[in-house]
Write a protein of this length. Structure first.
Length: 155
C-alpha cells in the first residue's frame, strides 16, 4: 500500500497501536469492574490517537518513512484499531455487561437506540471520518516539519 507493506506500517506505529490497545482495553476492564465513568473516562483512546497522528506527522519525514500518502495508511490502521476496541465494548454491552462504550454521556446524543447500529457506525463512518481527520492533522504537522527539519540522508 503506497509502496510499503502492511508489516512496515504496523512496525512503524507499533508503540501507538500498543498504547491504544492498552488504554482501550483498560477503559473497558475498569468500566466492567464497576469504576465510575467519571474516572474511567480519563483512559482515552482518542487522546492517545491524537498524540499518535501528531507524532506520525513529524516522524514520517524525520525518520524517512514517507510522506502524505503514508500518513493516510498510518491513520487508517490506528483508527481501525481504536474503533474495533469500541465495537468490542459495544458488543460486550449487548451481551448484558453495561460499560462506558455504550453510556449515553460518552456515546453522544445521536446514538441510535440499536447498539448494533451504533457498532456498525463505528465500523463505517467512524473509521472513515477519523482516518480523514487524523490524516489532516498529521499532514499539517508534516507540512510544518518539512519546513523546519531537514530530511535524513538516505543510507
Amino acid at each position: 500500500m503506497f509502496g510499503k507493506s502492511v508489516a512496515e506500517y504496523l512496525g512503524f506505529q507499533k508503540l501507538f497501536l500498543a498504547l491504544i490497545a492498552v488504554v482501550g482495553l483498560a477503559r473497558l476492564g475498569l468500566s466492567l469492574a464497576g469504576l465510575p465513568n467519571s474516572r474511567v473516562m480519563w483512559f482515552s483512546m482518542t487522546g492517545v490517537a491524537l498524540a499518535g497522528v501528531v507524532y506520525y506527522g513529524a516522524a514520517v519525514h524525520t525518520r524517512g518513512f514517507g510522506s502524505y500518502k503514508q500518513l493516510l495508511a498510518l491513520a487508517f490502521f490506528q483508527m481501525t484499531l481504536m474503533h474495533l476496541i469500541a465495537v468490542l465494548g459495544i458488543v460486550v454491552s449487548i451481551a448484558g455487561f453495561a460499560n462506558i462504550y455504550t453510556a449515553p454521556e460518552f456515546s453522544g446524543p445521536s446514538v441510535p437506540t440499536s447498539q448494533w447500529t451504533h457498532a456498525l457506525a463505528h465500523l463505517t463512518i467512524g473509521i472513515m471520518a477519523t482516518t480523514v481527520l487524523g490524516w489532516a492533522i498529521a499532514a499539517v504537522v508534516l507540512l510544518v516539519t518539512k519546513r523546519l527539519a531537514p530530511r535524513p540522508a538516505a543510507a
